[in-house]
Ligand binder design. Structure first.
Ligand code: FPP
Length: 239
């Protein structure tokens, strides 16, 4: 395993946690059981970031605006898993000084899930060690569309002039405006798509795809992704 350069850590790591369904099929289990095993890998990702001290934000794609197309049974299993996870893990996360943020459209979420998620945010609001940004009912296009709608509304109300609409104005109206751009985007299971994830924030991210299915993800996989990231030269459009 490569030694990591602790002075060049990605500040913001985002993960598309892919492969729960395939993992379940390979093990003769239901898709819900695949997601349940996937939830355990979330702990590995958090631990690996905490150990590195210097990763400020970990973003996880838990439920996309497109995931509503899955069966009612699978959607129900994912939401009940989320609530279960919160009840089991929230106090650990809080003790570790992690701030939880929820990124996505809040309307459309089941009431109890929304309540649990908002409780997580409120409980951990003052924590400063790291931010865990969980994308739920999230789509990158929806996020940019919602920001555009807010801008239009403010302009119509006379609070904003068209000339004042610049990149910073859009960025300030994203779901979680305080987080920095993504430095490293990881996708598991070998797929090489963005799948509508953080389209605005990944503009200059390095993308690393890992062959491992999400339920098999361990701390060493995150370190491997960072090692690959550190071998890249980031140019941000310059030379
Ligand atoms: C993709 O695998 C995974 C998801 C759609 C859900 C991710 C959710 C979790 C890991 C569970 C809990 C999350 C938290 C933050 C506690 P897939 O079902 O698309 O897999 P496939 O492509 O192999 O079918």
């Amino acid at each position: 395993m490569d030694e990591l350069d602790l002075t060049q850590l990605p500040r913001h790591i985002a993960i598309i946690m892919d492969g729960n369904g395939r993992w379940a099929a390979r093990h003769g289990l239901s898709r819900a059981e695949g997601h349940e095993s996937g939830a355990k890998s979330v702990r590995a990702a958090i631990e690996a970031c905490r150990e590195l001290e210097g990763v400020d934000v970990l973003s996880l794609y838990a439920f996309s605006t497109e995931n509503w197309r899955r069966s009612q049974a699978e959607i129900g299993a994912l939401f009940s898993l989320l609530s279960k996870y919160i009840h089991r893990e929230l106090e650990n996360i809080h003790r570790e000084g992690i701030r939880v943020r929820i990124m996505g459209r809040r309307e459309g979420l089941p009431d109890q899930v929304l309540k649990d998620l908002e409780y997580c945010e409120a409980r951990t609001r003052d924590n400063r060690q790291m931010t865990l940004n969980v994308a739920i009912n999230y789509g990158g296009r929806a996020e940019i569309t919602d920001a555009a709608r807010r801008i239009a509304r403010e302009a119509a109300a006379g609070a904003l002039r068209p000339g004042e609409v610049d990149e910073a104005a859009v960025a300030q109206r994203l779901y979680v405006p305080e987080i920095p751009d993504v430095d490293l985007l990881i996708r598991t299971s070998g797929e090489q798509r963005l799948s509508n994830f953080m389209l605005w924030q990944v503009s200059y991210a390095e993308i690393v795809t890992l062959g491992v299915l999400w339920p098999d993800f361990r701390k060493r996989h995150l370190r491997e992704a960072i090692a690959r990231y550190q071998k890249r030269q980031r140019r941000f459009g310059g030379r």
